[in-house]
Design a protein around this ligand. Structure first.
Ligand code: 5GP
Length: 191
C-alpha cells in the first residue's frame, strides 16, 4: 500500500501528543464488538444513526462500516452555553435533523460524555419528537464528571478526567483526524 502508515506514532501530529489514552487498535476492536451488539439488537429494524457534530463524525463513520443491519444517517450540531471548559447544560441547536424521527429507531452517536448535560438536553429534545426507540452510543466518558444519569446503551471507554484530543475530538479545531485518543503536550497550549 502506497503511503500507508503502519503505526499510530507515524502520524505527523504525533509529536504534539503527550500520552496515547486509547489506541487506534483498541478503538477499532471495541467498535466491532459494539457493532455486533447493535446488529443483534436491531436485527429486524431500520436504525437511524444520529451523530452529534462535529466530534462524532469519525466514530460514526467507523462504527457504521462494521454494521450489517440497514442504517440511515442524520446529524445534529449543538453548542452549549458556558465557558470553554464548563458546560452549563443549556444547549443551542445549530443544525437540526433533516429527517422526521417519529416512529423511528434512533441511536444517538456521541464522541465523549463529560458532565452529560449536552446529551441530557439532546435526549429530552429528541424524545419529544416521538421516536419508536432512542438509545445512546458514547465512545468515551469521564465518569467522575457525570452529573446526570444517562442511559448509555453502548459504551467504549472510560477516560481519566483530562482533556483529550483525536478520533473526532479537537483542540482549537485541530487533531480530530488522529486515529487514536490522547493528551496534548503542555507546550501545545502555550504556543
Ligand atoms: P458535556 O455536556 O457532557 O459536559 O460535554 C460534552 C462535550 O464537551 C463533548 O461532546 C465534547 O464536545 C466536549 N468535551 C468534553 N470533554 C472533552 C475532551 O476531553 N476533549 C475535547 N476535545 N472535547 C471534550
Amino acid at each position: 500500500m502506497v503511503g500507508a502508515r503502519t503505526a499510530q506514532t507515524d502520524h505527523p501530529l504525533h509529536d504534539d501528543i503527550d500520552n496515547v489514552v486509547v489506541s487506534s487498535e483498541q478503538i477499532q476492536e471495541r467498535l466491532q464488538d459494539i457493532a455486533a451488539e447493535i446488529d443483534l439488537q436491531y436485527a429486524d429494524r431500520n436504525v437511524l444513526l444520529v451523530g452529534v457534530l462535529k466530534g462524532a463524525f469519525i466514530v460514526m463513520a467507523d462504527l457504521a462500516r462494521y454494521l450489517t443491519v440497514p442504517v440511515e444517517f442524520d446529524f445534529m450540531a449543538v453548542s452549549s452555553y458556558g465557558s470553554a471548559t464548563q458546560t452549563s447544560g443549556v444547549v443551542r441547536i445549530l443544525k437540526d435533523l433533516d429527517l422526521d424521527i417519529a416512529g423511528r429507531h434512533v441511536l444517538v452517536v456521541e464522541d465523549i460524555v463529560d458532565s452529560g448535560l449536552t446529551l441530557n438536553y439532546l435526549l429530552r429534545n429528541l424524545r419529544a419528537r416521538g421516536p419508536a426507540s432512542l438509545e445512546i452510543m458514547a465512545l468515551l466518558s469521564k465518569p467522575d464528571q457525570i452529573r446526570v444519569d444517562l442511559p448509555i446503551r453502548y459504551h467504549g471507554f472510560q477516560v481519566p478526567n483530562v482533556f483529550v484530543v483525536g478520533y473526532g475530538l479537537d483542540y482549537a479545531e485541530r487533531y480530530r483526524h488522529l486515529p487514536y485518543v490522547g493528551t496534548l503536550k503542555p507546550s501545545v497550549y502555550r504556543d
